[in-house]
Design a protein around this ligand. Structure first.
Ligand code: 5AD
Ligand code: SF4
Length: 455
């Protein structure tokens, strides 16, 4: 009988993917369980991008420690970015943790487990290699009824934005060979996956050292027969070439949505962040994207209160939001991260100012989102139905090609299928609609036009 594995995942989609791969690597000996109380192995896959993530991890593993009293054979592994950042310190503060593995170290997890089962006290896997190669996993993909899935195409980051901890936790940028990615995508499609999101810290610089480019990979992925929708994240404006912009106009499966983190609207702040583009460059990309693909939906990340951000700098961010009118933003208060340059800058912004600025951007964005989402009311949109909505109203939840969430009433059999929905109501973050006759033809018939006015 297989042993039981419980996985708690925090943070970004890269972490979700890494968790899946750990499940896959361990699948010959372990199967997933739903509660930590049943587990023989608990993996806590952590994130340290913002806030005091370390503290949350220590308190969570502290809770799991008690389970070891009932089951002395229970093993606990802490993986991901906090594991990388804390390393041996984690093992000193939480000696009951058996394995500490950073994002590169997770591939040695099965071997490390064997060692702790043989009696080794603890294993730390936190060496970051500059010439790291992402290993291929031969074990079958986890059983899934997934409608959409993620595929990591690259790992690590070379950009060293001054606020960001990622280059220190995930190491140098390394791309997977295209053949491995395409193979994984083809297998996912043959299992019924309808939508694939290509993942990486900066996917636009994919392929360096392999003699290939991101747009080349995108074109190959969009050629896979049966794959209806393709997305990618995250992009860096400095590496978003005209080639990639053209893909939005050319490639039918490529969904008309781009998440393009701007971080700030002020050139002075962008410079201090080491972002390597200006406000004007960013606005030019937006214009070229909208010219090439008029229906494209744009979303962004931004940071308020980063070191030295003046009232005037902040106003520049506000004016950029008004000018671009993103459908959604993810706005964060700057938080100093270990090892980063910005954490050592001596003009940190007061916490109250950060909070006030965050409130102001979110209020402004709510108005903009409502306006943008409201423009879809009365229109028919094609959605991919993902599952039952968690809003408790017995609705299904689905997503448009532009990445808008749409909730509607319909039979569960629609999960995993495409249908047409008439949008009736817009909220700040989602839409409500009603199902159009299920036999109506799919709207997205290859013309790259996917919303029709309701006649
Ligand atoms: N403080 C606040 N936000 C941050 N992000 C990254 N590092 C920090 C930090 N130190 C945000 C950026 C990034 C998103 C994933 O998290 O906006 O795009
Ligand atoms: Fe962090 Fe910048 Fe790399 Fe993104 S591009 S992961 S923000 S260093």
């Amino acid at each position: 009988m297989k042993k039981k594995l419980y996985v708690a995942t925090f943070g970004c989609q890269m972490n979700e993917y890494d968790s899946q791969r750990m499940v896959q690597m361990l699948s010959s000996d372990y199967e997933l369980c739903k509660v930590p109380e049943e587990a023989d192995l608990i993996i806590v896959n952590t994130c340290s991008i913002r806030e005091k993530a370390e503290n949350k991890v220590y308190s969570l593993v502290g809770r799991f420690r008690r389970l070891k009293d009932q089951n002395p054979d229970l093993k606990i592994a802490v993986t991901g970015c906090v594991a990388q950042q804390e390393g041996r310190r984690l093992q000193e503060r939480a000696p009951f943790v058996d394995i500490v593995a950073g994002p590169q170290g997770i591939h040695s997890l099965p071997k490390a487990l064997k060692e702790v089962h043989r009696g080794r006290q603890a294993v730390t896997l936190t060496t970051l290699q500059d010439d790291f190669v992402i290993p291929e996993i031969k074990a079958p993909l986890p059983e899934k009824d997934a409608v959409r899935t993620f595929i990591t195409i690259m790992q690590g980051c070379n950009n060293f934005c001054t606020y960001c901890v990622v280059p220190y936790t995930r190491g140098r940028e390394v791309s997977r060979p295209p053949a491995h990615i395409i193979d994984e995508a083809v297998r996912a499609v043959s299992q019924g996956v309808k939508e694939i999101t290509l993942l990486g810290q900066n996917v636009n610089s994919y392929g360096k050292g392999l003699g290939t480019t991101f747009s080349g990979l995108l074109r190959s992925i969009c050629n896979i027969s049966g794959l209806k929708r393709v997305r990618f994240t995250t992009s860096h404006p400095k590496d978003l070439t005209q080639d990639i912009i053209d893909c939005f106009g050319d490639l039918v499966p490529l969904c008309e949505h781009l998440h393009l983190p701007v971080q700030s609207g002020s050139n002075r702040v962008l410079k201090r962040m080491n972002r390597k583009y200006s406000r004007e460059h960013y606005l030019d990309i937006v214009e070229r994207l909208r010219r090439r693909c008029p229906q494209i939906v744009l979303t962004t990340d931004l940071i308020v209160g980063s070191p030295g951000e003046s009232d005037d700098d902040f106003e520049q961010t506000i004016s950029l939001l008004k000018e671009v009118e993103f459908d959604q933003i993810f706005a964060f208060k700057y938080s100093p991260r270990p090892n980063t340059k910005a954490a050592r800058f001596n003009d940190q912004v007061d916490e109250e100012i950060k909070s006030a600025r965050l409130t102001q951007v979110l209020e402004l964005q709510n108005e903009i989102s409502l306006k943008k989402y409201g423009m879809l009311v009365g229109r028919t949109v094609e959605v991919l139905v993902e599952g039952v909505s968690r809003n408790g109203r017995g609705q299904l939840t689905a997503r448009t090609r532009g990445n808008h969430v749409v909730n509607f009433h319909g039979p569960k059999e629609l999960i995993g299928t495409f249908c047409n929905i008439v949008v009736e109501k817009a909220g700040y973050h989602s839409l409500v609609g009603s199902l159009l006759d299920p036999s109506s033809a799919p709207l997205h018939n290859g013309s790259k036009v996917f919303t029709l006015p309701l006649s």
